[in-house]
Design a protein around this ligand. Structure first.
Ligand code: GLU
Length: 482
């Protein structure tokens, strides 16, 4: 591990839920910081007043904490670089915006939204790129003063230096270049006095000493504008790493319309945080040659994570893989902790878990069958419901072979101290040997007697969960059906 004072940040605009794409951005930043012994900062980009959502920040912090992506500086945690809410830093943005204005790197513009709309329409008709036509640059000092004095609403725009080429090297995307003439004179300060994302983001990344900007690829096109701003201020540009988009299997961008994208929804459905972290880390990153396993603990990921191993191409979100992985985590989870996690789901499904010993056995029995915790009630039901038999099923039990099997089984169980997970199966083999009956003819009567169902979990598990007394009682009921 190196100690290079790396500082990275996760800078969400709180929307009320953590988009899976943002979760991955947060995770990559976290892993990068921990791998390099650096600092992981949470900054809330909440300058868009129209998008404010009550309680969104609290919920975001809860989700990050729940996933174990704890940050070193940010809201609640504090730090030397605060405040960490952009809405509390407005004076700063104003001050730096004034600096740009006075140095001639920015200018006032007074167009109404109708005028801008008209400008766009004409450009469209002429087949031109739609962008601000930079007309505000040509106002004289006096004209600007007059408009400001008479209270006409204004924005402040970036004065993009023309006829240049901006080049930068992205740690994931490699070399990128763009002609400045294609870059819009971006609004920096809006008419409500709030900064735009671009202005606030650059100022904060600089003031917070951010060394590496790791974020989604959708921000790549903003980089040239940001570089122009860094230069105008005379600041160093942090290193950049734009992580690839997360895609649906049909290669379109993963979006709300195509299904769930909220991390909270995934957690609620019973995806374990360890599995989500593991799965998301592998979306666009790989641990390199010779590492063909798929299960990585957070500690493994911290040890292995480097930006160089993030792919440049999009990463397909494969829900089947996530389900498989979650199932693996469920199977190998600490039994007591798993029980704590599953109980609310069982209760939700109408199952009474007050008999804790039975619950422990049920959890142990269902965990091999589920990929998500919310599937638990469906699989646990069989251990709680009364046996009720249709006429056809009754007939199967009344058959003399069936009766023989059930009676022998009962006598064998009576002599057991208790049913364990492994002492039931041998009994069945013994019965097979003693009676010569095998296959369905052997299993079905037992299954029907114990559960009333034709399908279900392994018989040994069922017997173990029900326990000796209940198994005997159910066998007796089945024997007396005749
Ligand atoms: N506030 C931006 C977002 O919501 C941050 C982008 C960035 O990391 O620069 O994603």
């Amino acid at each position: 591990m190196s100690d290079k004072n790396f500082r990275v940040r996760f800078a969400p605009s709180p929307t009320g839920y953590l988009h899976l794409g943002s979760l991955r951005t947060a995770l990559f930043n976290y892993l990068f910081a921990r791998h390099n012994n650096g600092k992981f900062i949470l900054r809330i980009e909440d300058t868009d007043q129209s998008r404010k959502v009550e309680g969104a920040v609290e919920s975001l912090i809860n989700t990050l904490n729940e996933l174990g992506l704890n940050y070193d500086e940010g809201p609640v945690a504090g730090g030397e670089y605060g405040p960490y809410f952009q809405s509390e830093r407005l004076k700063l943005y104003r001050k730096y915006c004034d600096e740009l204005l006075s140095k001639g790197h920015a200018y006032y513009a007074f167009e109404t939204s109708e005028e801008l709309e008209e400008m766009r329409r004409v450009q469209q008709i002429q087949g031109k790129q739609t962008m601000y036509d930079r007309r505000g640059r040509h106002l004289t000092g006096n004209e600007v003063k007059e408009k400001l004095d008479s209270g006409i609403p204004y924005v402040v725009r970036l004065k993009v230096p023309l006829d240049e080429e901006i080049r930068f090297s992205d740690l994931i995307r490699g070399n990128v270049k763009i002609e400045t003439n294609q870059i819009d004179d971006q609004v920096l300060l809006k008419s409500d006095g709030y900064p735009t994302y671009h202005l606030a983001n650059v100022i904060d990344d600089h003031l917070m000493d951010i060394t590496h900007i790791i974020r989604g690829e959708e921000w790549l096109t903003s980089v040239p504008k940001h570089i122009i701003l860094y230069r105008a201020f005379g600041w160093d540009v942090p290193q950049m790493a734009h992580v690839p988009l997360i895609l649906n299997p049909d290669k379109t961008k993963l979006s709300k319309r195509q299904g769930d994208v909220s991390t909270e929804d995934f957690l609620n459905k019973g995806y374990l945080k360890e599995a989500l972290v593991n799965f998301m880390a592998l979306l666009g990153w790989n641990p390199g040659e010779g590492e063909d396993r798929e299960i990585f603990s957070k500690e493994d990921l911290i040890k292995l994570f480097t930006i160089e191993r993030v792919n440049a191409s999009g990463a397909v979100f494969n829900i089947d893989k996530l389900n498989w992985m979650n199932g693996e985590y469920i199977k190998s989870y600490d039994p007591e902790m798993l029980e704590e996690l599953i109980i609310p789901y069982l209760n939700n499904g109408g199952i009474d878990t007050s008999d804790r010993e039975k619950t422990t056995r049920v959890v142990m029995a269902v965990k091999g069958y589920i990929n998500r915790l919310d599937e638990a009630p469906e699989h646990a039901k069989v251990y709680y419901q009364d046996v009720s038999l249709s006429a056809v099923k009754k007939e199967i039990l009344e058959n003399s072979d069936a009766q023989k099997i059930l009676s022998i089984l009962k006598s064998k169980i009576v002599s057991l101290l208790e049913i364990t997970t492994d002492n039931f199966k041998p009994l069945i083999s013994e019965i097979q040997k003693e009676t010569g009956i095998k296959g369905k003819g052997l299993f079905m009567p037992i299954r029907l007697a114990l559960t009333g169902e034709e399908h279900g979990p392994e018989l040994g598990l069922i017997a173990y969960v029900l326990g000796k007394e209940e198994v005997i009682s159910r066998l007796e009921t089945a024997i007396s059906t005749k």
